[in-house]
Design a binder for this molecule. Structure first.
Ligand SMILES: Nc1ncnc2c1ncn2[C@@H]1O[C@H](COP(=O)(O)OP(=O)(O)O)[C@@H](O)[C@H]1O
Ligand SMILES: [Mg+2]
Length: 501
């Protein structure tokens, strides 16, 4: 891929990217969330067309208008979201939609899939119904599907994100097997450990650009982490005014959560937040942050653990009790935080309807008055009667802030509070969060943007694989060290040993 650029509106998702894969190579494509990895691979698979640049397969320029064109040139793609038909058998799923040559009867189809599975060493029963298979097994079917279409280059988009550690080992064994059988593999990941373990070369993307391309043996996890998160772009205004007090606002102890895959996604999380303190959680998405937010919002009951606000126990999994203890949350998905068919005024009072109800009737005058007040206080560019669905992302976020923060919460849980907002709205959200701190609240900030976390936090906790693996006072925070911890390097000695191998 030469000089590939791709825009989404004003966003440059791929910025003049050069990317190549050699025969028999496992090539890791590394980068933080939003770096442009999936976009680049969707271009290679014909799902997106580049605005600029050229793709060559074995030296020949090609144009991929659709995945069928890419498949015809030997490109296979296993996306983060599987596209299997749950009620079909393994063999049916593998063959489905591919009329490569002769029409097969049932028996030929099962034979073909059996042979293929045997050739690549897959332990799979072609007659099994996909619905009954584990996630790891389903992923293997997706790989078989690509192999059935004779792919020479197999792209895997964050294949390990959905797997247990044991499944990761079997996947890697399969990838090594494919390599032996002359395939090339591109594996997208944001885990350094995996890059070091499986790849021969690595390309690092940051903000749409290639920032490093190395032979894996010649690089170190430290170099890769630095390339991935960027150099220390120390923010000018740090949150230094108003020191936290010793009073504990929020204390959580020993939080454990086991998800539907029976994977433990929170593994004993404990921390405290003080009065006038912003605690930031740094981490690569998918390391338990969403579950932590859900637990601290009262929407997910952990399998184990306790929580106290101002020393009082809070009933985990009870949104009502969270409301009573004044735990406010700014949800990760702001569109889920509002009801788009309702007006701005109605959305503003959504959580305190009781206060505006007398004898079963809503007091609309009162609601309008409060709405006008909040619209002014929070600089929302809308009228009370506007449908919230018509507002910009920044203004929707302001409605959520107004609704949750006007109650003067004791604890604020802010999840990705500026994701997708423009610079102005982002600054406004930052200012409002610091105001909450100054008022005396304890604030938890969960953000994928490390610069934001550094800017706002008094203290930073690093989360990896469901655990807090590091803690830094913001004033002493070392971006490189945080970046390493974020990608699973718990002990620096271990990394040094690995990189010397
Ligand atoms: N279809 C799309 N429309 C608009 N923006 C998109 C689309 N796909 C990706 N983006 C944006 O492009 C950037 C890169 O996204 P992506 O390639 O998915 O990153 P990665 O896979 O590295 O996490 C992100 O800012 C993302 O929001
Ligand atoms: Mg992606």
């Amino acid at each position: 891929m030469a000089n590939i650029s791709k825009r989404f509106g004003t966003l440059l998702a791929n910025d003049h990217v050069d990317f190549e894969v050699a025969p028999n190579e496992i090539h890791a494509l590394l980068g933080e969330n939003g770096a442009g990895k999936s976009t680049l691979m969707k271009i290679l698979y014909g799902l997106y067309q580049p605005d600029e640049g050229e793709i060559r397969v074995e030296g020949q320029p090609v144009r991929f208008e659709a995945p069928a064109d890419a498949i015809a040139k030997g490109i296979g793609f296993v996306s983060q979201h599987f596209s299997l038909v749950p009620t079909f058998t393994v063999a049916e799923n593998v063959v489905l939609g591919y009329e490569g040559g002769a029409v097969l009867n049932q028996q030929q189809m099962y034979q073909a899939v059996t042979d293929l599975a045997k050739k690549y060493g897959f332990g799979i029963n072609p007659a099994a119904v996909v619905r009954d298979l584990s996630v790891g097994q389903q992923q293997r079917i997706e790989i078989l599907k690509a192999l059935y279409r004779s792919c020479r280059v197999l792209i895997l988009d964050e294949p390990t994100a959905v797997l247990t550690p044991q499944d990761v080992e079997s996947l890697f064994a399969i990838l090594r097997e494919l390599q032996q059988k002359d395939l090339s593999v591109i594996i997208i990941t944001h885990k350094l450990e995996e890059v070091m373990n499986i790849s021969q070369r690595v390309t690092v993307l940051r903000m749409g650009k290639v920032v490093a391309r190395e032979s894996t043996a010649a690089t170190t996890p430290q170099d890769l982490a630095r390339a991935m998160v960027g150099r220390n772009t120390v923010a000018v205004v740090r949150n230094v005014e108003h020191q936290p007090t010793p009073t504990v606002k929020l204390a959580v102890a020993n939080l454990h959560v086991t998800d539907k895959r029976r994977v433990e996604v929170l593994r004993g999380v404990s921390f405290q937040i003080h009065e006038r303190e912003v605690v930031g959680i740094a981490g690569v998405a998918g390391n338990g942050q969403s579950e932590l937010v859900a637990v601290l919002s009262g929407t997910l009951k952990p399998t184990e653990g306790q929580m106290r606000v101002n020393g009082q126990p809070v009933q985990l999994g009870s949104p009502h009790d969270f409301h009573r203890h004044k735990v406010a949350r700014i949800p990760e998905d702001r569109l889920k935080g509002v009801i788009s068919d309702l007006s701005v005024a109605e959305n503003l009072v959504l959580e305190q309807l009781d206060d505006f109800t007398a004898a079963g009737h809503l007091n609309h005058r009162q609601i309008q008055d409060l709405a006008r007040q909040l619209i002014a206080d929070f600089q929302i560019k809308a009228r009370p009667e506007d449908r919230i669905g018509t507002l910009s992302g920044g203004n929707i976020q302001k409605v959520i802030l107004a609704r949750t923060l006007s109650r003067e919460p004791e604890v604020v849980i802010a999840a990705q509070p500026t994701r997708g907002l423009d610079v102005g709205a982002t600054e406004y959200v930052h200012q409002v969060l610091l105001e909450q701190k100054q008022r005396g609240a304890g604030v938890l900030l969960i953000s994928e943007d490390l610069d934001e976390t550094l800017l706002l936090s008094d203290r930073i906790l690093v989360m990896y694989n469901g655990q807090i693996v590091g803690e830094f006072a913001a004033a002493e925070a070392d971006v490189e060290q945080i970046g390493l911890l974020m990608t699973g390097a718990t002990v620096s000695e271990k990394l040094n040993v690995e990189s010397e191998k």
